[in-house]
Ligand binder design. Structure first.
Ligand SMILES: NC(=O)c1ccc[n+]([C@@H]2O[C@H](COP(=O)([O-])OP(=O)(O)OC[C@H]3O[C@@H](n4cnc5c(N)ncnc54)[C@H](O)[C@@H]3O)[C@@H](O)[C@H]2O)c1
Length: 434
C-alpha cells in the first residue's frame, strides 16, 4: 500500500465535518491529522472523532497555518470571504488545497489563488461537487457521445425550496451579500459551472434579472411578531414559521428528521429541547420578514457562449423542495432530466425515447451527496497518483463560473444590462490596479 494521505481541516462546520466523515469512511488510505476551528465545542468533537493530539487542534485556521506544514492537503471549509486568504497561505506553506465554493466573491481573489496554485505547482480543487455527481456525469457522457448533435441551448432550473431559502438565505449564513456572497454566486456558482462544463465553451455574454421580492419588512403580515415563538398572530398560516420548519415539518423538523440538516445548523446535537432553545434566542427563530437579509429570492440569467449557443438559468425560492432540472437541446436530439428523481429522458430525433434512471446506474447517492463522496474520492486518488490532470474541478476549470456569476450580479444590479465577459474581467483588473 502507498503512503497514507494526510488531511488538515480548516473550519469544522457542516461542510468540513461532511468531508471529514467521508475521509474517515475511506479507510487507511487517508487520515485527518489536524483541525482548525474557532468553535471550541466543534473542535472538541473533531478531536474525539479523529483521535487528534492536543497539539494538532487549533482555535483557528490562521493559527493552524502559522505552523509548519502538517499534512498533504488542507480542506478549507470556512465561510465564503475567508477562503482565499487561508488558501493562499496554505499553498505558500506547501499544502495542496481543496477549497469550498464560492472561491471568493471577489474576482481578484479568485485570480490570486489561481496564480498561487501555478506559482507553487499545488493542486487546488474547488468543491463544485455537482460535476462529480452521477446525474451530471451522465448528462456529460450523453453530450460527448454526440447523440444530441451540437448543443444549441441548455435550460436549467434551480428550485431552492421555500424552507431552504428561509433557512440559509433569509435567516442563516448566506442572507447578506456583504457578509458572504450574492446569491447567484453562493448558491448558483455550481450551476454556472455545470453550464459552462456541459457546453464545453466559454460564456461570452450575460444578462440577469431578479430581486428580493418577499422576505422584507413591508411584506410582513399584520400581527407578525419579531420572533416566531413570541406570540406571532400569523403563525398558523405562515409556511415559513420557524417552529414548523425546525420542529414539526415531517422532513425538516427535528421531531421526525432524526436531527439532520437543517437542524444541525442550529445546534451541534439537535433534539427538540436544543432546537427550541436555539429558536428562542438564535437567528433561526426570527420572523422571515424581519431579518437583516438582502439576497434575492428569484433570479434569472441568460447566457451566450462563444459558439453562439445559448442557455438560461432560473433560480427560485418558491418551490416545495430543493432540486434541479435540466433540458439540453441539440441539433440531433434532446435530453431532459431531474436531479432529484434521477430520471433522464434521452430523445434521439426520430427514434424511441430512452429513459435512464441514474439512481440505478451508480452505486452512489443522487445529487449533492453523491457529488460530495466522489469529490473526496477523486481528490484522494489524485494525490495518490500525483496526476494533476485528473482534477475535474481545478481552480483553472472553476474560475470562469465565478466570472459568470459575478457578471450576472453586475447585470442584475444594472437593470439587466448585457455584460460582455471579456470586458468585465478587464474592467475588474483595471479597478484592482487603481
Ligand atoms: N459545495 C457545496 O455544495 C456547499 C454547500 C454548502 C456550503 N458550501 C460552502 O461551504 C462553506 C462552509 O459552509 P458550512 O455550511 O459548512 O458553514 P458552517 O458555518 O457550518 O461552517 C463554517 C465553519 O467555519 C468555522 N470558522 C469560522 N472562522 C474560522 C476560522 N478563522 N478558522 C477556523 N474555522 C473558522 C465556523 O465556526 C464554522 O464551524 C461556505 O463557504 C459555503 O458557501 C458549499
Amino acid at each position: 500500500m502507498g503512503k497514507c494521505i494526510t488531511v488538515a481541516v480548516a473550519g469544522y462546520g457542516l461542510r468540513g465535518k461532511c468531508y471529514s466523515q467521508l475521509v474517515k469512511k475511506s479507510g487507511d488510505r487517508v487520515k485527518i491529522v489536524a483541525v482548525g476551528e474557532i468553535d471550541k465545542e466543534k473542535l472538541a468533537e473533531a478531536k474525539a472523532e479523529y483521535d487528534l493530539a492536543d497539539d494538532m487542534c487549533f482555535l483557528s485556521a490562521e493559527e493552524m497555518l502559522e505552523q509548519p506544514k502538517l499534512a498533504d492537503i488542507m480542506f478549507i471549509a470556512t465561510q465564503d470571504r475567508q477562503h482565499v486568504p487561508q488558501a493562499v497561505k496554505a499553498v505558500e506553506r506547501g499544502y495542496h488545497v481543496m477549497v469550498e465554493k464560492p472561491i471568493s466573491p471577489d474576482l481578484h481573489e479568485c485570480l490570486e489563488l489561481q496564480d498561487k496554485a501555478h506559482e507553487y505547482n499545488r493542486i487546488v480543487t474547488v468543491c463544485h461537487v455537482l460535476r462529480y455527481s452521477a446525474f451530471y456525469q451522465k448528462v456529460k457522457e450523453v453530450i460527448e457521445s454526440g447523440d444530441l448533435g451540437e448543443v444549441r441551448n441548455i435550460q436549467a432550473v434551480e428550485d431552492v425550496g421555500y424552507f431552504h431559502q428561509a433557512h440559509s438565505f433569509v435567516r442563516g449564513n448566506w442572507r447578506n451579500s456583504i457578509e458572504t456572497s450574492p446569491m447567484i454566486l453562493a448558491k448558483s456558482c455550481h450551476d454556472m459551472d455545470i453550464l459552462q462544463w456541459l457546453m464545453n465553451k466559454t460564456c461570452t455574454r450575460i444578462s440577469s434579472y431578479g430581486s428580493l421580492s418577499l422576505f422584507k419588512e413591508d411584506k410582513a403580515p399584520e400581527g407578525s411578531s419579531d420572533r416566531c415563538l413570541d406570540g406571532c398572530k400569523c403563525k398558523e398560516a405562515c409556511p415559513y414559521d420557524a417552529e414548523k420548519i425546525y420542529i414539526t415539518n415531517k422532513f425538516t423538523g427535528v421531531r421526525d428528521n432524526g436531527g439532520r440538516w437543517p437542524c444541525t445548523a442550529l445546534t451541534l446535537n439537535p433534539t427538540e429541547d436544543t432546537v427550541y432553545e436555539a429558536l428562542k434566542t438564535g437567528p433561526y427563530g426570527r420572523c422571515v420578514y424581519k431579518c437583516d437579509n438582502d439576497v434575492v429570492d428569484h433570479q434569472v440569467v441568460i447566457m451566450e457562449f462563444e459558439n453562439g449557443a445559448t442557455a438560461d438559468f432560473n433560480m427560485t425560492a418558491f418551490t416545495r423542495k430543493p432540486g434541479r432540472q435540466i433540458r439540453v437541446m441539440g441539433t440531433m436530439g434532446e435530453l431532459s432530466g431531474d436531479v432529484g428523481t434521477g430520471i433522464m429522458n434521452i430523445y434521439r430525433f426520430g427514434k424511441e425515447a430512452e429513459i435512464v434512471d441514474v439512481s440505478k446506474l451508480a452505486n452512489c447517492p443522487l445529487g449533492h451527496a453523491g457529488g460530495d463522496a466522489r469529490l473526496v474520492e477523486s481528490t484522494i486518488s489524485m494525490l495518490e497518483s500525483n496526476d494533476l490532470s485528473k482534477n475535474l474541478t481545478s481552480i483553472d476549470a472553476s474560475v470562469h463560473s465565478h466570472v459568470m456569476a459575478l457578471a450576472a450580479e453586475h447585470s442584475r444590479l444594472n437593470n439587466g444590462a448585457s455584460v460582455n465577459l471579456d470586458e468585465f474581467i478587464k474592467n475588474q483588473r483595471v479597478l484592482a490596479e487603481i
